[in-house]
Design a protein around this ligand. Structure first.
Ligand code: 13P
Length: 251
């Protein structure tokens, strides 16, 4: 498959980071990326919303992008504690993760809710990273590809194109566990995701598909070498600058 798809290496810091540590991490990432001088890959970090503006400031001049971890579907209004896509954009975000499995589990987000958030991202000028992935029970029942298909059809908005969409495949059982699917399993999942997208998106061949779930410096090379893997969404390892940079280097 063509490498016209620019790799995207995205760190999801989740609910981690107070200002001092987060700024030290951001500065180390910015310096590492500047030193490497990559022009053929995109590097993104998604800090907690409280740190977006400070991290964006620390990333200035490095080319590292910043994104949100979630957004509300509405632009504004009576939604105490929520953050809109417009607010993320206003705080310097270029991307937003939507439908992460932790939000699907913790907050009961449905495919329809995820789709509405992706549309909100477009409205605000953000690029949504739509997350999908099967649970261990679903994998063991042989339902992985079917689950992914249902999630894609429910979560990806109708007007999606490659320029407006990134999809992240994150098997729920691989997140934060140190377990990863085999390279063959990742290849099968990603090929199926692209096939399903080809029925929905006019230029599905150009949509970037990220793999996420226990990615680290030592396994990034083999995961990123899979034909339909166009980058990674990284949790734990994105909290260590050297690990995150090692993954970025492998892209
Ligand atoms: P880990 O890299 O910690 O497994 O987390 C993956 C993830 O959920 C990224 O969104």
């Amino acid at each position: 498959m063509a490498r016209s798809r620019q790799p995207l290496i995205a760190g999801n810091w989740k609910m981690n980071g107070l200002r001092a540590d987060a700024l030290a991490l951001a500065t180390a990432v910015a310096e590492g990326v500047k030193r490497a001088g990559w022009t053929d890959r995109e590097i993104l970090v998604c800090p907690p919303a409280t740190l977006l503006m400070a991290v964006a400031e620390a990333m200035k001049g490095s080319g590292v992008l910043v994104g949100g971890q979630n957004c509300h579907a509405d632009a504004s209004g009576a939604h105490t504690g929520d953050i809109s896509a417009e607010m993320l954009r206003d705080a310097s975000a270029s991307h937003v993760i939507v439908g992460h499995s932790e939000r699907r589990t913790d907050c009961g987000e449905t495919d329809a809710a995820v789709r509405a958030k992706a549309e909100a991202a477009w409205r605000a000028g953000l690029l949504p990273i739509v997350c999908i992935g099967e649970t261990l029970a679903e994998r063991e029942a042989g339902r992985t590809l079917q689950v992914l298909e249902t999630q894609i059809k429910g979560s990806v908005p109708a007007a999606a194109t490659a320029a407006k969409l990134v999809v992240a495949y994150e098997p729920v059982w691989a997140i934060g566990t140190g377990k990863t699917p085999t390279v063959a399993e990742v290849a099968a999942a990603h090929a199926h995701i692209r096939k399903v997208l080809s029925g929905l998106v006019p230029d599905a061949d150009a949509v970037r598909l990220l793999y996420g779930g226990s990615v680290k410096g030592s396994n990034a090379g083999e995961l990123l070498a899979v034909g339909d893997v166009d980058g990674a969404l990284i949790g734990g390892a994105s909290l260590k600058a050297d690990e995150f940079l090692a993954i970025a280097k492998a892209a």
